[in-house]
Design a protein around this ligand. Structure first.
Ligand code: SAM
Length: 210
């Protein structure tokens, strides 16, 4: 389902397998999670939004429905297969799919209102995660919003993955996005907040104040 490219990340290869995985993992209710993520992001009609690590693009398209024809969505992923898959399924003129990693976004400074990045941070090599956070800050307009999400590491989740305790540095430890709070503050984000949403999903929101 994923290919490890050490310079880039754990990159998606099998879109169908991943879609099957999300159906099982979210017990057939992935759409409800997507709706919660879009709602929590504060996306509004007319916003320019970016979904970093968009994979098969379900969140990008849900965002697109929310921002409407006056807004735009860019789905970004280093996977050529994901970008081709999304382009085949979505040819709306205000939806773009771009092959790139989070740590080097091909977007202009202060060009978007909303950055979303869900279930991705632990796929980015540890050494590139700070750069990815700086890129999220750079591309946001003043007044813009960030939403990061990943699995909330309950004891049950750790048990499922055979991890009794966090192992600093490993990718499972990196699913706990609360560890990025100091980095978010250090690049300038404010009002950093964490809440647990549907299906053991940790949702972190932050703002780039005017
Ligand atoms: C678990 S999937 C999440 C897909 C989608 N965001 C979702 O919520 O279902 C992780 C995604 O991160 C992408 N990815 C891996 N390394 C990345 C990087 N350095 N920058 C951006 N995305 C990356 C993968 O290709 C894959 O699409």
């Amino acid at each position: 389902m994923f290919v490890d490219d050490p310079g880039t990340g754990l990159v998606i290869a099998g879109m169908r397998r991943y879609n099957l995985f999300t159906t099982v993992w979210f017990l057939g209710r992935h759409r409800r999670l997507l709706a919660e993520l879009v709602r929590t992001s504060g996306a509004s009609p007319g916003d320019d939004a970016v979904d970093i690590g968009c994979g098969p693009g379900k969140l990008a398209r849900a965002l697109g429905r929310r921002v409407g024809a006056r807004g735009s969505v860019a789905g970004i992923d280093p996977s050529a297969a994901a970008v081709a898959y999304n382009r085949r399924r979505d040819d709306r003129p205000n939806h773009r799919y771009i092959q790139a990693p989070a740590q080097a976004l091909p977007l202009a400074d202060a060009s978007v209102d909303l950055v979303m990045c869900t279930f991705v941070m632990h796929h980015i090599p540890e050494g590139h995660r700070e750069a990815a956070i700086s890129e999220m800050w750079r591309v946001l307009r003043p007044g813009g919003r960030l939403l990061l999400a990943d699995t909330h590491p309950t004891r049950w989740v750790r048990f499922l993955f055979g991890r009794s305790a966090p192992r600093p540095g490993d990718s499972f430890d990196a699913i706990d996005i609360r560890r990025y709070t100091p980095s978010l503050h250090s690049v300038g984000f404010t009002d950093v907040d964490y809440a647990v949403g549907r299906h053991r999903t940790g949702i972190m929101t932050a703002f780039k104040r005017n």
